[in-house]
Structures are given as structure tokens and as C-alpha cells.
Ligand binder design. Structure first.
Ligand SMILES: [Zn+2]
Length: 166
């Protein structure tokens, strides 16, 4: 026969379901049953494995998959066109924001050119050499951008590509 349950304060015998001792009012110590321990252990094991799988998964992402994740997070924060140096180039101060968790380099920006009806007639790309650390913005001064058409038709620029540094 099982040991009778006793109050740890007054040592009176308690019924199995008593939450407090009817004699002295002492709260009964909560003992986890084997079944509850098992479920707790099982639950923690599941959590641990999910965390582990997630870490392994993140570490094994291919370069292109990581780039895919980073892509929408790399943006031009600010672009200021400077005085034109020649007819064929424009200079700009560019602030590029890297909100991704990766260090990036060789940032390619594409600038589109539109006619009066907003149809894109041409676009060109420029590669900016320099690193941008995760979750930082970096200013690139006096970036030379080749101009295809006249300044009036020049349109916005956007980051179109970059390389990830592992
Ligand atoms: Zn008691």
C-alpha cells in the first residue's frame, strides 16, 4: 500500500485530493506525477529540437537563398544628384541602407530612364564598391552614374543586386 500523504507542516494524514491541509492550512507541495514529468520533458525536447533544426536550417541556406532574404532589405535611403560633371555622366551622393543580417558588397544600382509618358526607355547599372555591415546605412559620395538620356528624363534608382559576404 502506498505511503499515506502527510502534511509537511503538521504531519497529519491528508486525503489525496487535498490542496491545503484541513488541520493547519498549509499548502500541499505540488508534486509532478510521472506522467506530468514525462509530458514536460517531451515538450522541452520538442522545443529544443525545433530551435536546433531552425539553427541548422539557417546555417545551411544557400547563398542565393540568403540573398533572396536580404534583397528587399537593401534599399537606397537617399539619393542626391550633384552638379553634372559632363554630358554623359551624373554624380550623386547615395545613402544605402542594409537592413539585412548579412554584410554586403559590390552593390549594383539600376537607374531607369522614362519618357514623358512614364514608359521606361532605358536603364543602366552601376556597381558601387564598398562594404555595408548588417543593419547599417552607408553614404557613398560623388558616385559616378552614366547617363543615357537627358537629366529631365532621368528617373529613380534602386538597388538591383549585391554580393553577400559570409
Ligand atoms: Zn497540516
Amino acid at each position: 500500500m502506498a505511503e499515506p500523504i502527510r502534511c509537511k507542516n503538521c504531519e497529519q494524514e491528508l486525503s489525496e485530493n487535498a490542496k491545503t491541509c484541513p488541520y493547519c492550512g498549509e499548502k500541499r507541495a505540488v508534486r509532478l506525477s510521472f506522467k506530468r514529468w514525462f509530458f514536460l520533458f517531451f515538450f522541452l525536447t520538442v522545443i529544443y529540437n525545433i530551435a536546433k533544426i531552425d539553427t541548422v536550417f539557417a546555417g545551411s541556406l544557400s547563398s542565393s537563398a540568403r540573398k533572396q532574404i536580404a534583397k528587399p532589405l537593401v534599399t537606397i535611403e537617399n539619393l542626391t544628384w550633384l552638379e553634372s560633371a559632363s554630358a554623359s555622366t551624373m554624380n550623386a551622393d547615395l545613402k544605402i541602407k542594409n537592413a539585412s543580417q548579412y554584410t554586403i558588397k559590390d552593390i549594383v544600382i539600376s537607374c531607369g530612364y522614362h519618357d514623358k509618358s512614364a514608359t521606361e526607355i532605358a536603364s543602366n547599372t552601376e556597381t558601387i564598391n564598398g562594404l555595408i555591415k548588417p543593419n547599417t546605412s552607408k553614404m557613398f559620395k560623388n558616385v559616378n552614374i552614366r547617363v543615357i538620356n537627358s537629366q529631365e528624363e532621368k528617373n529613380g534608382c534602386a538597388v538591383s543586386d549585391f554580393e553577400l559576404i559570409k
